[in-house]
Design a protein around this ligand. Structure first.
Ligand code: ADP
Length: 238
């Protein structure tokens, strides 16, 4: 199975690419969605956030007040670290579970949609990285339109992230989203075709690890049994 890390800058079109990939019936693991799910009331990350930040970060219905929490950690790196330590381990665990499930069910290609792919060093765990790119001006226009935000606020959002030009340098593949959505669709379809491994290598990648594990398990058990017998024989000598 090939694991592809998908990222971009705010407003560059990552979510749009994600939707197009899903339309191609290619599994996509959405880190943002998982991050929202792991802080639902009752979950372990929720309990940790409540413990560290108190009930003032809760809405009346008990859910996490995300904008309020966002405002608390904005510009306070210590509090941001605390929040990350509450949430990241559970996000990673859930992502790992989903990757494992897709591998178990024989998927050829799986995308990981992670806004902070490089910043969180998750790029080290994927086979290929894809960055969705457009100019900062287009990013700005698209955020203003999508989020009904002022240009100043949108600029602040863009500037608070790793520059998209840096991400482009780190990427294996860059999708240029400077044109319309139809052009983007063509690029994504070509990308999926290009990245899907041929049946032979997919089969090898799928079958070899469990077979190797089973064989090594058999030998380890065999040697362990023989070793135990030798020890018993040695110590039971008169
Ligand atoms: P991101 O997930 O990177 O923040 P989105 O995929 O949400 O960005 O795209 C930002 C906004 O721009 C959305 O409203 C989306 O519909 C729009 N958009 C994305 N790609 C294009 C495009 N090629 N042409 C016009 N609008 C686009």
């Amino acid at each position: 199975m090939k694991l592809i890390g998908l990222t971009g800058g705010i407003g560059s079109g990552k979510s749009t690419v994600s939707r197009i990939i899903a339309e191609q019936n290619v599994p996509i693991i959405d880190a943002d969605l998982i991050a929202r799910q792991v802080v639902e009331p009752g979950r372990r990350a929720y309990k940790l956030i409540r413990k560290h930040f108190g009930d003032e970060v809760l809405n009346a219905d008990g859910t996490i007040d995300r904008p309020k929490l966002g405002a608390i950690i904005f510009g306070d790196s210590d509090k941001r670290k605390v929040l990350n330590s509450c949430v990241h381990p559970y996000v990673r665990l859930e992502m790992f579970k989903q990757v494992f499930w897709h591998w178990m069910t024989g998927k050829k290609l799986v995308f990981l949609d992670v806004p902070l792919l490089f910043e969180s060093k998750l790029d080290k765990f994927v086979n290929t990285t894809v960055v969705v790119f457009c100019s900062e001006l287009l990013q700005l226009q698209r955020i203003v339109k999508r989020d009904n935000m002022t240009e100043e606020a949108a600029t602040q959002r863009i500037r608070s992230q790793m520059p998209l030009s840096e991400k482009v340098k780190l990427a294996n593949i860059v999708l240029d989203n400077s044109s319309d959505v139809d052009q983007l669709k063509i690029q994504v379809k070509n990308l999926v075709r290009r990245l899907t491994p041929p049946v032979s290598s997919w089969l090898l990648g799928w079958i070899v690890p469990p077979v190797a594990l089973a064989i090594s398990g058999f030998f380890i058990k065999d040697y362990a049994t023989r070793g135990a017998r030798l020890l018993i024989a040695h110590y039971s000598r008169p």
